[in-house]
Design a protein around this ligand. Structure first.
Ligand SMILES: Cc1cc2nc3c(=O)[nH]c(=O)nc-3n(C[C@H](O)[C@H](O)[C@H](O)COP(=O)(O)OP(=O)(O)OC[C@H]3O[C@@H](n4cnc5c(N)ncnc54)[C@H](O)[C@@H]3O)c2cc1C
Length: 265
């Protein structure tokens, strides 16, 4: 099937992009999710606003203890080391397991978060890393913690007149423990269950359980999960009675595997 006809706009600055969005244009990034929606006519916008030519839309800057990643930074750029240090190594490991390289060449971190597919990788990983979304709207920039950014299936805390401009992640120490485990039926497919654990020395460990048909479940203090992993993982997954038994069993395994990886020296 072909998309319904739409007009195409290429804003060259953010205020023009915001005006287009306010007048009903649909933002377009890598179009890896939007393209199929258009082709299936599940989305029929009158106009697309192609964000890819905006200044500072893609790229990475480090200021003090924060790394700002432009929303238009592709999964491939992150895979190839665009983000420095231990944070970058963690993110590169996640990026290289998103879909296939042709999808990663075009798909963006901002598009993925704004799309808010519950099974998407950054939707699970960004809250675990303690990231913050930088939204831009008519009233200026607004910071939204990624723990709470995704509010439902394909729903976010972005207002209809806002764009996701960047994501900020902390500079993590080398000694940080990290575990990321996802279950895909075959390589390149969306996850059926994802678990992440971040253990920063001197701070409460954080865990995320995601890809369970809803927003990610963030466990802000996962100390109990680290201490008594199997019992706590059983307790956490019992909070998802709507899932099939096999899915809860995989979720428990995901948590235990992520804890095991994060506990390695
Ligand atoms: C075959 C295939 C396999 C895939 N497998 C995976 C996978 O395993 N894991 C995974 O995480 N993802 C996967 N994806 C999705 C891929 O990661 C996409 O890159 C991502 O979902 C959307 O990013 P995009 O840049 O292409 O956004 P687009 O498709 O251009 O946009 C997606 C949505 O976000 C909106 N949007 C885009 N940018 C902004 C912005 N800056 N501000 C506000 N709204 C915005 C658009 O209007 C649209 O609604 C897969 C995709 C394909 C085609």
């Amino acid at each position: 099937m072909k998309p319904a006809a739409f007009a195409y706009a290429r804003p060259l600055d953010w205020s023009e992009a915001l005006q287009l969005v306010a007048s009903g244009a649909r933002p377009a990034a890598g179009t890896q999710s939007l393209g199929p929606l258009l082709n299936l006519r599940l989305a029929q916008p009158d106009m697309l606003a192609d964000l890819r030519h905006l200044p500072d839309y893609a790229g990475v800057t480090v200021t003090g203890d924060a790394i700002r990643i432009g929303a238009g930074t592709t999964h491939a750029a992150i895979e190839d080391g665009a983000v420095p240090g231990r944070t970058g190594a963690i993110m590169a490991g996640v990026a290289r397991r998103i879909a296939y390289r042709p999808v990663r060449n075009r798909g963006t971190i901002g598009g993925s978060l704004a799309h808010a597919d519950p099974a998407a990788d950054w939707v699970a990983v960004m809250p675990a890393l303690g990231a913050t979304a930088i939204a831009l709207g008519p009233r200026g920039e607004r910071r939204i913690a990624l723990d709470g950014f995704v509010t439902g299936i394909f729903e976010t805390a972005l207002a209809s007149d806002e764009l996701l401009r960047a994501v900020e992640v902390p500079v993590l120490p080398d000694a940080v423990g990290w575990g990321h485990w996802k279950f895909c039926r075959k390589i390149g497919e969306f996850s059926k269950v994802t678990a992440c654990v971040l253990a920063v020395p001197g701070a409460a460990p954080r865990a995320v359980l995601a890809a369970l048909d809803g927003p990610p479940r963030v466990i802000a203090d996962a100390s109990a999960l680290m201490a008594d992993t199997e019992a706590e993982a059983t307790r956490i997954v019992s909070g998802f009675p709507e899932l099939d038994d096999w899915r809860r069993a995989v979720a428990q395994t995901a948590l235990m595997q992520a804890v095991a990886a994060a506990s390695q020296p």
